[in-house]
Design a binder for this molecule. Structure first.
Ligand SMILES: Nc1nc2c(c(=O)[nH]1)N[C@H]1C(S)=C(S)[C@@H](COP(=O)(O)O)O[C@H]1N2
Ligand SMILES: [Mo]
Length: 502
């Protein structure tokens, strides 16, 4: 038994120490080059879109920690097995660990924007793992004491040592990654003085905008990119007459506008939480495109982020944005609800295109805008089967009462939001059980590219009920009840909530 337990444990312990050391080394280079993060990033990019949808839906914002934990668990199992193998055949076991290290190195090297230095963490992980393993599997030396107890004590001391070292290295890694890497980004963010908008947005009722802390976050970044604004640039290039580059200071000197715009994710289920409204501050993208002089036929804007995301937006959508009364302009944003962009929402700058889902118009941590064509280039999510052109569909949501709420019979306020970006909301209707559709009361809509808040006074009789909502846009089109899944261009269907009145 001991010939399995001890070597298995040795494999696990040495890999734990090795991988933590690798993660620690990575903080000095690039957090994403850490073996777990690099493999995690590779898994995310390789995951088929429907599975990713499932992960986002079932795990919400925990999908990333869960993925990391899953990879760590898989590595732990393989490491324990390799420890047992190494106990019998050193070279076979070490070869296995070298292969694991190779996987980590390959993952780090193939991450977008990776440098050759990216192999270092995986290399160091492998060396540390192999070294610790060899020491742990050394046969216990015969000792003066009868029964070889000193050998066992050695081992216990060693195990303790490894455990303490792993804990120290991991803690140091976490601390260092937030200080070294987060430092410059957080410092430059703290120093940002947002310019006053040439055109400020109207003040709206509290509760209309989503506070930054509650704003949904959807992206493929396992660790939030921490961009030092002092070293950040934006290049505008591709099919243009005059390519140019802007620093963050240049950008802050551009005339800014402030706009309320609703952003939503194509992955949002009917009634789901991946929609939010903020007051954005930024430079109209159309102005930057005009400065560059876009070639005729360049029908796609490809935005690239520091972490290699690509997001393709129709050029016409951006150039036409804000020209129809009530619509808002597509922006290169630096501010969100009166603050510099939070790191998770794209500091120092992101795109925001009203009327198209986030994956097709709202690149965070943006660093490049390339004018291209839809024929010549498929962006990240398009390669995975999502629609290249992704106008937001009319949607409405019941926010209260919540699903399966138990409430007192009598007057009940049913309330929520509805949006039909670019078209605007003309009416919202509520249906209780199989009754008539009744009009809800709408709060004024600040512009056609935000949601509208609605409420409905309901006299609840005791018993179980279902509440249903649908919106009518300003072209007169009634929101469809035809069920569509989020893949490949957005969910449709009426949101229904079951409640019980007593
Ligand atoms: N760099 C980068 N930008 C990105 C993404 C991403 O994964 N990486 N996700 C997009 C998607 S799918 C959506 S819905 C929005 C979400 O923006 P938020 O996280 O600020 O709400 O960002 C978009 N921009
Ligand atoms: Mo999204």
């Amino acid at each position: 038994m001991r010939r399995v337990m001890w070597p298995g444990f040795a494999g696990l312990a040495s890999a734990t120490l090795g991988v933590s050391t690798g993660q620690l080394v990575a903080t000095a280079i690039d957090q994403r080059a850490g073996p777990l993060y690099a493999v995690g990033g590779m898994v995310i990019d390789a995951t088929p879109a429907p599975l990713k949808e499932f992960a986002v839906r079932t795990a919400g914002t925990y999908d990333k920690p869960l993925l990391l934990a899953g990879i760590a668990a898989a590595v732990a199992i393989v490491a324990a097995v390799l420890g047992i193998v190494a106990d019998r055949r050193r070279w076979a076991g070490l070869t296995g660990f070298a292969a694991l290290g190779g996987l980590g190195a390959a993952a780090a090297l193939t991450r977008p924007g990776a440098s050759a230095l990216g192999v270092t963490p995986a290399l160091i992980s492998t060396l540390v793992t192999a070294g610790v393993l060899l020491v742990m599997l050394r046969p216990a030396r015969p000792t003066a004491e009868p029964g070889g107890r000193a050998g066992l004590l050695d081992r216990r001391a060693f195990v303790g040592g490894v455990a303490v070292a792993a804990a120290v290295v991991t803690t140091a890694g976490v601390a260092a990654s937030s200080r070294i890497l987060g430092g410059a980004a957080a410092r430059t963010r703290d120093r940002v003085r947002l310019p006053r908008p040439a055109r400020p947005a109207a003040e709206l009722a509290p509760g209309f905008v989503t506070p930054n802390a509650d704003f949904y976050r959807v992206d493929t970044a396992l660790s939030v990119p921490r961009v030092d604004a002092d070293r950040w640039t934006l290049r505008v290039k591709g099919l243009v007459d005059r390519p140019f580059e802007l620093s963050f200071d240049d950008l802050l000197r551009e005339p800014m506008v402030e706009e309320h715009i609703t952003l939503n994710c194509v992955s949002n289920e009917v009634g789901g939480p991946y929609a939010g409204t903020a007051k954005w501050l930024g430079v109209p993208l159309a102005a930057l495109l005009r400065r560059a002089g876009v070639h005729a036929g360049a029908d796609q804007i490809v935005a690239r982020s520091v972490d290699g995301m690509t997001i393709g937006t129709p050029t016409a959508t951006v150039l036409d944005s804000g020209t129809m009364p009530g619509t808002q302009q597509a922006l290169l944003c630096v501010g969100m609800n009166g603050e510099p962009l939070p790191l998770e929402h794209g500091f120092p700058a992101r795109m925001l295109t009203p009327g198209v889902y986030g994956y097709a118009g709202s690149c965070k941590w943006i660093t490049e805008i390339e004018l291209a064509t839809f024929d010549a280039f498929d962006a990240y999510w398009v390669r995975r089967g999502y629609a290249a052109r992704a106008p937001v569909k009319t949607a409405s949501r019941i926010d209260r009462p919540g699903p399966f709420a138990r409430l007192a019979a009598g007057p009940v306020v049913v309330a929520g939001v509805a949006w039909a970006q670019g078209r605007g909301i003309a009416a919202v209707e509520v249906q209780v059980d199989d009754g008539e559709w009744a009009p809800a009361t709408l709060l004024p809509e600040p512009n056609l590219d935000t949601w509208t808040q609605w409420s409905y006074r309901w006299q609840a009789r005791s018993g179980p009920h279902s509440l249903r909502v649908r919106a009518v846009d300003r072209t007169g089109a009634v929101q469809t009840n035809e069920r569509a899944s989020p893949f490949p261009n957005g969910a449709t269907g009426w949101h229904t909530v079951a409640v019980t009145a007593t």
